[in-house]
Ligand binder design. Structure first.
Ligand code: GLY
Length: 333
């Protein structure tokens, strides 16, 4: 039996651990994790390289991780050839391109937009929500109204290429998105989704952003994990940051990115933390996992990077200098 005296002693111990930036979970102590030695940026998928280059331009000048991840995320958002993010993104089944995005900084400030139409840079609208409103998330018409008030320009995001593909898809009229399975779309196209980008700056502060047009041909109004703080993205400056890609519904069910960060807090390496989060998803089955991809990417505050995916094929780009290293994540299935 725990006496009042024991209780007070334990409370002191636990609050001491919390002050030191750690917590006890699963009976394991995280140990001391120092600061990263220099700036570093990582992004999901092959298009992460162009994003990292833009982010690096800011980090190398001593800029903040927050500015870097926003600049990085804006690159695929503006690229009409990238059909899973921003301009040129594949539409929902009714032909609307709807964007989800969020951003989070070292102080735990965050902002997001869900089901935003007609604005190329959803990530910057998310940042404006964070910095210029008392809210965290704006959705749909309200998000668009806010963006226009803030001076963002209105665009038609549906490119001719994405419109033609959608019209082909309509002929079949089946709703079977297969995200992140390489070469799975009709005609052999790729259906990569979501850029998640995480950075640590020269001051040792973390930042993260995440932006996507979501699942191709989703139901109108469907929102994935990407704008949900804790699911598509989470940043804790005392521990690390994580982001997710793949089928958002699976990520949301376990609040995936927050789970990864909490696993790192408990002492897992970034790679092990990502793996543990995926195993948690699998335990929630049963499911036809063959058709489902989820990938997590994590950055610990000391600059150690890790990733894991359900399926083979999840790549990510790492930059701590003038060139990227593209890595392939290990996979569970
Ligand atoms: N991970 C992006 C989505 O599910 O929309």
């Amino acid at each position: 039996m725990i006496t009042r005296r024991d209780f007070l002693r334990l409370s002191t111990l636990f609050s001491g651990a919390a002050l030191a930036g750690g917590s006890f979970a699963g009976g394991r102590s995280p140990g001391a994790v120092g600061r990263a030695e220099g700036p570093l940026v990582i992004s999901t998928w092959d298009f992460g390289q162009a994003a990292n280059a833009a982010a690096w331009g800011i980090l190398a000048q001593g800029g903040t991780a927050l500015d870097a991840v926003e600049a990085g995320a804006r690159v695929p958002e503006a690229d009409p050839e990238n059909q899973s993010v921003g301009l040129g993104g594949r539409p929902d089944r009714d032909g609307h391109v709807t964007l989800d995005a969020c951003i989070m900084d070292a102080k735990g400030r965050c902002g997001s937009v869900a089901a935003l139409e007609h604005i190329v840079h959803a990530v910057s609208v998310a940042r404006a929500v964070m910095e210029r409103t008392p809210h965290v998330m704006l959705a749909g018409e309200g998000a668009l109204q806010f963006a226009l008030e803030q001076g963002f320009a209105k665009h038609d995001l549906l490119t001719e290429k994405s419109r033609r593909e959608w019209q082909e898809w309509l002929k079949e009229a089946r709703y079977r998105p297969v995200p992140n399975i390489e070469n799975a779309l009709p005609g052999g196209g790729r259906n990569h989704d979501t850029i998640g980008i995480l950075a640590v700056d020269a001051a040792g502060d973390l930042g993260g952003a995440c932006t996507t047009s979501g699942l191709a041909y989703k139901r109108h109004g469907r929102v994935g994990d990407s704008p949900i703080i804790g699911a598509g993205l989470y940043v804790d400056n005392g521990v690390g940051a994580a982001t997710a890609t793949g089928v958002g519904e699976e990520v949301v069910r376990i609040v995936g990115s927050h789970t990864v960060v909490e696993r790192m807090r408990a002492g897992d390496t970034p790679e092990e933390a990502c793996k543990q989060a995926l195993e948690r998803i699998l335990r929630l089955g049963p499911k036809a996992w063959r058709d489902v991809q989820v990938g997590f990417l994590a950055l610990r505050r000391d600059g150690v990077v890790g990733a894991y995916a359900l399926q083979d094929g999840f790549t990510y780009a790492v930059r701590s200098g003038p060139v990227d290293e593209v890595r392939r994540a290990p996979h569970l299935l």
